[in-house]
Design a protein. Structure first.
Length: 83
């Protein structure tokens, strides 16, 4: 992945799309998901979740409005069961 240009905001749709195309992002998020780690995708993060093909609404995957209380509760569980 090439470095982000100084003109691309870090939470922009373009930045999310660039991460979604990154092999490293696919590997990192795929491993985290497989090992049942909680993941949260807020704002443009939805584009990243879709790009790496993680299922919306799966146990341990939080998406939508920034809900820190829900994310903290997920973190307390440490892991989520994966079939």
């Amino acid at each position: 992945m090439r470095p982000r240009s100084s003109t691309t905001p870090p939470f922009s749709p373009e930045a999310a799309d660039a991460l979604a195309r990154s092999r490293l992002a696919h590997e990192f998020l795929g491993e985290a998901f497989w090992h049942g780690k909680p993941l949260a995708f807020f704002g443009e993060g939805r584009r990243l979740r879709e790009g790496v093909q993680l299922p919306a609404g799966a146990d341990g995957v939080l998406e939508g409005a920034l809900d820190m209380e829900a994310f903290i509760e997920m973190m307390k569980q440490h892991r989520f069961h994966r079939p």
